[in-house]
Design a protein around this ligand. Structure first.
Ligand SMILES: O=C(O)CCC(=O)C(=O)O
Ligand SMILES: [Fe+2]
Length: 516
């Protein structure tokens, strides 16, 4: 798939659309030349004596000229082989190969991006109508969608019984169909008005709007009694009668539309944190007053260039290192990762859980990787000996990473995504702390959020976020449960450095208390 890395999707769209234009215009040129050559042969044949005579209905009983016969035979043989050659020319070979094998984005990407749009709509409280008009929140406006695009999104949602999302998209499709008709725009549609009514009626019914369902199915039945959905009229009518509700059948007296959101699996606090809103567990103003920032001068290097450290949570300790990356380091990491990004099959094997592609670099890969690892060691005072390779990730369109802890220890809170065998726990120990550095600043969205702490950190290029995953007694600290919010606009790139337990025995002494 492409949609799980926004970089790869953008690259492939640019490449594919440019190649599509080239292949199709080459092909049309070749077909034109074929037609021209055929026309030339045709015109010559038409001019031939025999053809002219046949058209003129000349009496041939007297006619027999050996020269004409010779020339006629030659002409037929030559034209036959010329036409056959042209007919058997395979001018479609290149474009067929392109269309069959080389056209990337595919249906799974369309489905992936559709899912992303619906997820963004929920998380950031966007209206289907605004998205359909090319608006992502209050950000830049782009090309509006057509009724056909909106219908496809609504129908895709309905096909997985997601009527909550289907409803607004189908009604936008209806509105757009009306405005398109009024403006005389010629829109290619993959559906008829009655297909739309059938879908709206179904979704209305599923969301408890039986009168509206009846209204739409009645319109469908009146105009096309042979439509496959026309017979649902009787079921809906029966349901309406059974409900004992009152409605006189007019548009004016329809009750307001209800469209309840299924709350199963929805984390309201997560969505609020993603929008940057405070939640119950967020620090109060009084607690916030205890947070501070300072200039760190731990090492000779830092005496020259002190690190700006912002403590954002005391227990467990969390801090932001402002400007940990310098110069073009962030861009170099992205460039190094660009052609290596691979999608990570999640442990839960659930595509929608993690829409991101990653790759990892050992310190020996490039001087810059070693340099940044060394700097992390300096600012955190931890040994980097047992740390993992630096992993770089590019999120997809609307890409996110569901709630998880970075430790490999199993726990009851949730199914841990990290494969316990992915690093050698006995040699390196578990992931003591995470340093997450931001390689880009997305235009909107993509915050890193901590559910138990009510903390939301918006990504800022070159900054690094530090937190502990393990308590001093060695148990996993599940207050570190975190997630990456869906990216709303722009690209989100991060890199992870996981610091392990081994080698930190003197730098981070153990404690038997289970609470630190
Ligand atoms: O990208 C983020 O904000 C969080 C990434 C993360 O939690 C991880 O890669 O383990
Ligand atoms: Fe994580």
């Amino acid at each position: 798939d492409l949609f799980s890395s926004s970089l790869q999707l953008e690259q492939s769209l640019i490449e594919t659309e440019a190649n599509f234009v080239r292949h199709l215009s080459d092909y049309i040129k070749k077909e034109n030349s074929r037609l021209n050559r055929l026309t030339r042969i045709l015109n010559e044949l038409k001019k031939s004596d025999y053809a002219v005579e046949s058209l003129a209905k000349v009496d041939i009983t007297e006619r027999s000229n050996p020269i004409d016969a010779f020339l006629g035979i030659r002409r037929v043989i030559r034209s036959r082989s010329a036409v056959l050659d042209i007919l058997f020319e395979n001018v479609a070979e290149d474009i067929l190969a392109f269309l069959i094998d080389a056209v990337k984005p595919q249906e799974e990407d369309l489905l992936g991006v559709t899912n992303s749009l619906l997820r963004l709509q929920d998380t950031y409280r966007l209206e289907a109508k605004d998205i359909a008009n090319g608006m992502i929140g209050s950000f830049d406006k782009t090309t509006p969608m057509t009724s056909d695009d909106c219908f496809l999104i609504g129908k895709t949602a309905a096909s997985i019984t997601d009527y909550y999302h289907a409803m607004p998209w189908l009604s936008v499709a209806e509105e757009k169909m009306d405005t398109e008709a009024a403006s005389g725009a010629s829109i290619q549609r993959t559906f008829t008005r009655n297909d739309l009514y059938s879908n709206i009626s179904h979704a209305m019914f599923a969301q408890g709007n039986v009168e509206h369902a009846l209204w739409y199915i009645r319109k469908l039945r009146e105009t096309d009694p042979s439509h496959p959905s026309a017979s649902s009229f009787y079921e809906i009518w029966q349901s309406f009668k059974d409900s004992g509700r009152k409605w006189d059948g007019s548009w004016e007296s329809l009750p307001p539309v209800s469209n309840p959101r299924p709350m199963d699996g929805v984390d309201v606090e997560y969505e609020a944190l993603c929008r940057g809103e405070a939640v119950e567990k967020s620090a109060s103003e009084k607690e916030k007053a205890k947070l501070f920032c300072f200039l760190q001068r731990n090492t000779p290097f830092q005496i020259l260039a002190p690190m700006k450290v912002e403590i954002i949570n005391h227990s467990p300790y969390m801090a932001i290192f402002r400007g940990l990356l310098i110069g073009n380091e962030a861009d170099r990491f992205k460039a190094m990762a660009s052609d290596k990004l691979k999608s990570q099959k999640s442990f839960l094997d659930n595509v929608s859980y993690r829409v991101v592609k990653t790759t990892a670099f050992k310190d020996s890969y490039d001087e810059i990787v070693a340099r940044v690892s060394k700097r992390i060691g300096e600012v955190t005072s931890f040994s980097m000996e047992s740390a993992e390779s630096t992993s770089v990730a590019n999120y997809g369109i609307g890409g996110h990473y569901g709630p998880h802890c970075d430790v490999a220890q199993p726990n009851d809170l949730f199914t841990n995504e990290h494969n316990p065998l992915s690093f050698n726990k006995t040699l390196q120990g578990d992931r003591l702390a995470t340093v997450l550095f931001y390689l880009s600043t997305p235009k909107a969205g993509g915050a890193t959020v901590f559910f138990e702490l009510g903390v939301s950190v918006p990504p800022v290029k070159n900054d690094a976020l530090f937190w502990f995953n393990i308590k001093k007694n060695g148990d996993g600290d599940f207050r570190s449960l975190h997630a990456s919010c869906p990216v709303l606009l722009g690209q989100k790139w991060v890199a992870n450095k996981w610091i392990h337990e081994r080698g930190q025995e003197f730098r981070y002494p153990c404690d038997l208390s289970p609470d630190v």
